[in-house]
Design a protein around this ligand. Sequence first.
Ligand code: SF4
Ligand code: SF4
Length: 179
Amino acid sequence: MAESNRRLSLVEPFKCYRCGYCCRNLVTESPYGLVGMFLMPGERRLFPKTNIRPYLAVGMNGPDKNIAYQYAEMVCPHITEDNRCKIYDQRPMTCRAYPLIEDARGIGLCGDCKWVQTMRHLLPFRLTKIANKSMIQGYIQIISLIRRNSIRRGWIYNLADHQWHTWEEMVKVGGGLAL
Ligand code: SF4
Ligand code: SF4
């Protein structure tokens, strides 16, 4: 068997271990500030209003128009005691995409995911192999929203100081986000 085929045969499809980590640690330090779970505008209805904050906005001189939101609590209200999602069929695009995430180098796998940790010895061959339809769909929807709104002229709401910061400022501080 050719070496490349032998490597690919080692790749296993994504399997969630239901450890619950990703649903109980929604507020994280990112390359562009302290942020909660990313929500598309239509996904706000799934969460209590009191814990929703803006995430991204566009505007030449200030955050004139919100284009995305965030759930600003650590633990998702929809996780059950045995780590199942109560709204699985309606879950946000972020959840569908996970463990695919956007990081400082572009698209990547979240190192906090238990499954990713068990597959670490196979990285980086497996990204295209493990990314299933749901992940790709979620990821594309989020990136499309950002690109449609020319986020490079945008603003980010940072949960650390509850202030808006320009995209350029946060990218400079955090090391960049490859879009
Ligand atoms: S909506 Fe479901 S999958 Fe998403 S964080 Fe909450 S419990 Fe987890
Ligand atoms: S961190 Fe990974 S393995 Fe654990 S529940 Fe989330 S997706 Fe599943």
